[in-house]
Design a protein around this ligand. Sequence first.
Ligand SMILES: Nc1nc2c(ncn2[C@@H]2O[C@H](COP(=O)(O)OP(=O)(O)O)[C@@H](O)[C@H]2O)c(=O)[nH]1
Ligand SMILES: [Mg+2]
Length: 300
Amino acid sequence: MSSSPQTRSGFVTFVGRPNVGKSTLTNALVGEKVAITSDKPQTTRRAIRGIVNRPAGQLVIVDTPGIHKPRTLLGQRLNDLVEQVLGDVDAIGFLVPATEKVGPGDRRIAASLDGYPRAKKVAIVTKTDIASRDEITERLMEVDSLREDWDAVIPLSAVANEQLDVLADELLTLMPTGPALYEEGVVTDESLEDRIAEIIREAALEGVRDELPHSIAVTIDDISRRDEGELTDIYANLVVERDSQKAIIIGHKGSRLAAVGARARAQIEPLIGTKVFLKLHVRVAKEWQRDPKQLGRLGF
Ligand SMILES: Nc1nc2c(ncn2[C@@H]2O[C@H](COP(=O)(O)OP(=O)(O)O)[C@@H](O)[C@H]2O)c(=O)[nH]1
Ligand SMILES: [Mg+2]
């Protein structure tokens, strides 16, 4: 028998209104960007696993799009995915930004946690770096009174890296005992191709207005090395729903598309460790969010 102390491991997910910082917190805990983030609601479109290794064990954090009113077939499929994740995890972290009063949306989400009696529940007051002391105190009290069964209530900042260790340690105490689920050094179960596609989508989301974000999908046609592995060619498609959107994405004389490419390349190069030649092609798939066949092709 080994005399090493028992480790703990398990699954955690964060819930909360769009934009409260679920993906940012996931990345901050993992210590590397595994989930893309933006100031546009519904940036996250998949269940992405980020792995956190600590001496006491391992947390597998599942970042999801969050539940929202489905307006399209894509929206319905994403809600189903989130339901499934919530039913499986060992702990759920409920996020509220310190900067905004707790509202009906927060109350509804907090109440919906009744549906997951098996999961431990932790309330998290986030964005403390941009909140006043009074705001933080007020939010902690508001959040505390939302449920009787919080295992902990923790204020933190994912951006300023405040109290992240406190959260990780607390979550670990709530996990079942068991060995690590992923090998040391693994930060996500996302494939390289999927991570690259998400980086490109994030770059494309920057600077676009209200409706467009929901209409953008990214697919990768080919990734290949050349020049003795010193250069990587990546052929990717930016898929939109309408011709008018295609024009917006491309921009005047291709200026927007060029900027998207440059932003994406700056993140892809350190990820794969070579120079990258990124060829972006904008494609229209009419109303893809409502079309089961197109959704299938885009991986939903
Ligand atoms: N100042 C500050 N901003 C944050 C923090 N966490 C997230 N944000 C910002 O809030 C916005 C939404 O974050 P995101 O993680 O995409 O939210 P999600 O929709 O809940 O996944 C982004 O612009 C983040 O940079 C934080 O701790 N402090
Ligand atoms: Mg997100």
